[in-house]
Design a protein around this ligand. Sequence first.
Ligand code: FEO
Length: 171
Amino acid sequence: MVSNKVETALNKQIEFEASSSQYYLAMASWAETQGLTGVAEFLYAQSDEERMHMLKLVKYVNERGGHALVPALKEQPKKFKSIQYVFEEVLKHEVFVSNEINGLVDICLKEKDYTTHNFLQWYVAEQIEEEALARKILDKLKLIGDDKGGMYLFDRDLPSISIAGAGRGGK
Ligand code: FEO
């Protein structure tokens, strides 16, 4: 059984994962309208992955005798000023989520909820991967700069980077 404190904190995390999914979906849709099909494919997959993170939490909360709450959808940005900006936002967002996960882990320790603490280790590892992937992409974008040919190759190769990157794709 989860305590009220842990349940509330997990429900908050459900909201963060859901809003990550929506945010990346908005980015994917925008990228697709810019003709960046590879970037869009990558971001659609990221959006799906965040929904999976949310679902995993929903099922866990209910399994442990709590009640997982489905958060409202917030309006997302329609436009993004550049691809560079999109991935800066992805990194910023993932760093924020990592901090939230750390806070959640801390609450579990204080509440002596070692089961949830154990469950959250998957998220801790996942955040390390997601931050590393966003940094890797930003490094590539820095190298490309304004080079259109470089951007063409980046867009072509990005979906395979996401699958090959840090053991992803098997979850
Ligand atoms: Fe599920 Fe990227 O945090």
